[in-house]
Each structure stands twice: as C-alpha cells, then as structure tokens.
Ligand binder design. Structure first.
Ligand code: CDP
Length: 226
C-alpha cells in the first residue's frame, strides 16, 4: 500500500533561507497552492508606512491589519514574482519588497493583534489542504496539524548573499554588508518575540541549505514526500 501524500506542507525558517524557492517548486510539482505568508505582514507594513502611521502605535497598526483586505494570488506576470499581492485590487507586489518594508516588517509582525488577524486568514486557507504554506510559525502555530513540516536554515552570510544576488539580478543596486546586518537584525526580532517566534516545530525536518543548492533541497523534500 502506498502512503498518502501530505496535503498540508509547512515550510518555516529565517529570512532568505530559500523557503519561497522550495515552496514554489513543490507547489508546482504537486499541483498545490503556494502561499507565502510573509507577504501579508509586508503588505500591512507597506500600507502603514504609506499612511505615515507611527509604527510603534500597536493599536493603530493592529486596526489596519484587521480592516485591510489583502489578496494573495498566483503570479500574473513573469517578472520574477512568486505571487501577486493585492490590496483592494491594486497590485502592490513589488512595493512589499522595498527596503523600508524590510526594515520595519519585523516590528509590525511582532504585534499580537496583527498576528491574530493575519494567521486567522492563513489558517482558513491552509485548512483547505493541497497547500504549501511558507513563513515563520506555520508548523508551530498556524497549521500545527501540517502533514509535513520543513525547517529550512542556512548561515546569515549565505542568506545575505542570496538576497544580494536576487536584488542585483533584478537590476537593482545593493550593499552586501548592509543586507547582512539587516538579515541578522530581522532574525533576532523574529526569533525573540513573545508571540509565535521563529523556531522549528518539534516534528519538523531540518534542512541546511548551505550544504545543498535549490535543486538538492527540492530533491530531498520530494524523497520525504514519496
Ligand atoms: O522573504 P524573507 O524570508 O526575507 O521574509 P518574508 O518571509 O517575506 O517575511 C517578512 C517578515 O514577516 C519576517 O521577517 C517576519 O517578521 C514576518 N513573518 C512572520 O512573522 N510570520 C510569518 N508567518 C511570515 C513572516
């Protein structure tokens, strides 16, 4: 008898560890929905900055998260995006990748109310199954019932290099040392916050993407699935 294929796959790990690349390839291979939860935290952060909101005002930022309709849809363009991010029908996909969003998203995502509002939506989508969901707390909090949990890690230097390559490949300019410092700072905030900190679920399979390239990570996970 063949084992049942996992229907809910959770991938967690620190910034730029290759979660989205892995998640997208798995979703494509299995015909599943790819859902990158980080874009929701990024969308709220971008909107708060656009409204000139004081980001230390937890009540205001939480209200924004509770009342904003964020849609995440399969990529409509092949310009390097993993998915479309929409607020009230407006495409804000690339706005969510701006450096000011990177610099502030961890503060916003540490707020209990923001997490409650967004993880509720993530859970609703994840529970439908046939999904690869990517984030920081998917295996621990959002979908602890996931059939397969992966924790993807790599050294900060390797991850910063990847983020640097991503930006320059898109024609942007970047400073490696600055990216490295920001990656380390964001990981620190994400893993030390009180609510749903970044950590591997006890039943997660840990993979180190320093030792493996994207194809090898994918192959390893496909072996686990089979
Ligand atoms: O792409 P990258 O790995 O750099 O980050 P991301 O997955 O887009 O997530 C951006 C930020 O959102 C993270 O640094 C966390 O602060 C937050 N986040 C979170 O708290 N929980 C999630 N499930 C996903 C993201």
């Amino acid at each position: 008898m063949t084992a049942k294929r996992p229907s809910i796959i959770a991938i967690d790990g620190p910034a730029a560890s290759g979660k989205s690349t892995l998640g997208l390839s798995l979703a494509k291979e299995l015909g599943y929905l790819f859902f990158d939860t980080g874009v929701m935290y990024r969308a709220v952060t971008w909107l708060a900055l656009k409204f000139d909101m004081d980001l230390s005002d937890e009540t205001k930022v939480t209200e924004l998260a509770e009342t904003t309709q964020i849609d995440v849809a399969p990529a409509s363009k092949s310009d390097g995006r993993a998915c479309d991010v929409l607020i009230a029908g407006n495409d804000i996909t690339w706005e969510t990748r701006l450096p000011e969003v990177d610099a502030n998203v961890s503060v916003v995502s540490a707020y209990r109310g923001v997490r409650a509002a967004l993880s509720k939506q993530q859970r609703r989508i994840g529970q439908r199954g046939n999904v690869v969901m990517v984030g920081r707390d998917i295996g621990t909090v959002v979908l602890p019932e996931a059939d397969l949990k992966i924790y993807l890690d790599a050294t900060a230097e390797q991850r910063a290099k990847r983020r640097y390559d991503e930006i320059t490949a898109r024609g942007g300019t970047a400073d490696y040392d600055e990216i490295l410092a920001k990656v380390i700072e964001r990981d620190h905030i994400d893993s030390t916050r009180d609510v749903a900190p970044l950590k591997a679920a006890e039943d997660a399979v840990a993979l180190d993407s320093d030792q493996l390239n994207a194809d090898e990570v994918f192959e390893q996970v496909m072996k686990l699935i089979k």
